[in-house]
Write a protein that binds this ligand. Sequence first.
Ligand code: CA
Ligand code: CA
Length: 252
Amino acid sequence: MKTSITKLTVVIVAIVAVTACIRHFKSDSSTVEIARSIKPAIHNTTISEMIPLDINLPKPMLFTEPFSMRPVQNLQEDYRYDKPREPLLVPVGTKNIALGKPVFSSDNEPIIGRIEMVTDGRKEGVEGNYVELHPGLQSVTIDLLETYKIYAIVIWHNTRYAGPVYFDVVVQVADDPDFITNLRTLFNNDIDNSAGFGIGKDKHYRETWHGKLIEPGGSRARYVRLYSNGSNANEYYLNHYVEVEVYGKPAK
Ligand SMILES: [Ca+2]
Ligand SMILES: [Ca+2]
């Protein structure tokens, strides 16, 4: 009797060990998925300290459809053309920490406008209120000047008319201006890896006055970099930015 109980115990222990091994290897294989965007949870903040993020939107704009000089795959259908966004809860004291901060770009001599327009706080869809970068993959990088916990990034590529889809939108944060230390990719819709950051799993989206909201969940970083590679609105792969807002709190 004693022997059979011992045998049974050995069998149970063996089964538990094998199950644990399988779980371990399963979780390992899921972590090597290429370029999966990070969506960390907000830690150490109680519900009572959270308030809805107040995003100041530009005026609604004319919607243009259909037009497409380049085909769009993997398009998000709910592009919030006329409905308000679900409120995003952020910690009290969260504000736009990108406003007026320095911006540098892969294109030092934009075709239209100036790089500083990315963080100048102006986002109405009028002429002379945007920067147009040369064709192909280009980036803008915002230096927040110190490390922040980032809860939201809102991107307006175009507020003159709604509808265009920009390609290879990749949003990254890092601790250094060369994007080597603690590099994290928060958003990537580059479906063919032409930008070289891995195959993006996020969807293409249409530009509207609501902007594109990305939720980094409190990621700590000093630098925010955004890539794009033209839009479907013209055949010249031109890149545009009206405004980028980064909402956060000092990390200290
Ligand atoms: Ca602006
Ligand atoms: Ca691509």
